[in-house]
Design a protein around this ligand. Sequence first.
Ligand SMILES: [Fe+2]
Length: 397
Amino acid sequence: MRYEQRGRIPAKRHVAFREEGRLLTEEVMGFEGFSGNESILYHLESPCRVSDLGSFTALEREEWVPAAHAHRLFDTRSVEAGGDPVLGRRLLMFNDDVEIGICRPTEEQAYFFRDGEGDEVIFVHEGSGRLETTFGTLSYRPHDYVVIPRGTIYRFHPEGEQLWLTFFTPGEIETPNRYRNRYGQLLEHAPYSHRDFHGPGDLVTHDERGDFELVTRVRRGYQRYGLDYHPLDVVGWDGFVYPYTFNVDDFEPIAGRIHMPPPVHQTFQGPNFVICSFCPRMLDWESDPTHPAIPIPYNHSNLQSEEMIYYVSGDFGSRRGVDVGSVTLHPSGLPHGPAPGLAEKSIGKRWTDELAVMCDTFRPLRLTPLCQALDDGRYALSWAAADAAGREVGAGV
Ligand SMILES: [Fe+2]
């Protein structure tokens, strides 16, 4: 990320800085001890101040171990709406690097939340609203990735119906190394630029007394704290750590004369996983009559990774059983690819309007009972079931 600043800050760090004579409290919020990116915030109150130690609720990650190791298809559209924007997240799959869930919040977030043990990415499939944070307020809209670094105190204010794909990682969410120069600036060949990333808007400083609840995720659970002041009390901040949005419609797809591999779609990286965006794009244009391009993916073996894809929009009508809101999981150890006949059928196709979000993990994903409830159960057999007309089943990417 690049350097940003909001509100008032002093000319030098670590010096007396006052608001109407009141000495402000400086907080350095940084990664990797003091070696990673950081921001410095100036609070009206000490950020350590709590007036009540509430309950701790352990986060249970129940696992469903399927009887057979196989490709799977889940329909998340049947996940009922409910809950609030944080505790209403429903875990689909997880490992020690990433948790992936669905959230369709209908309730207000009645408390402030801070993720004290990981970064979060919310992909907004449907819905818009505001996100109040320590760093200022962000607005979000459909197709936004909302990236919230750990330590950020926030409260969502959804407007209208919401459908989110949620990610949590104990690591850091970053743009891929290969998109950046040695100073961190995004390079010309990256599929986006700094102009596409949007930090917080105006900083609103709250100087209010009262009873406020702060829920903090720590040690795989939720610790509740009581505060006697409004936690969004920052007068100013600057640095490289802050929440931001990136709209997937601003992703500039990289296309080729012949098939480009999935890494060209990479959007973010985390420890042992990547998040990719498959956006509407021109397809491979090699039109040599003897050796024309095959625009759909070749079969590939995920020898060391698991591939989870969430289908956002576009025409999936030719994929039996795969629709908007579907999730496919192609686990490690097995090859996957287009159904028989589909490669032939795709030759000459020049455009796709499909939009999908993919998360590839290098370590196996564990499934939850929610997956069991949403499991199609037949997808693994769909390659054998493809009919002679070449109807697409489980194309994968
Ligand atoms: Fe794939």
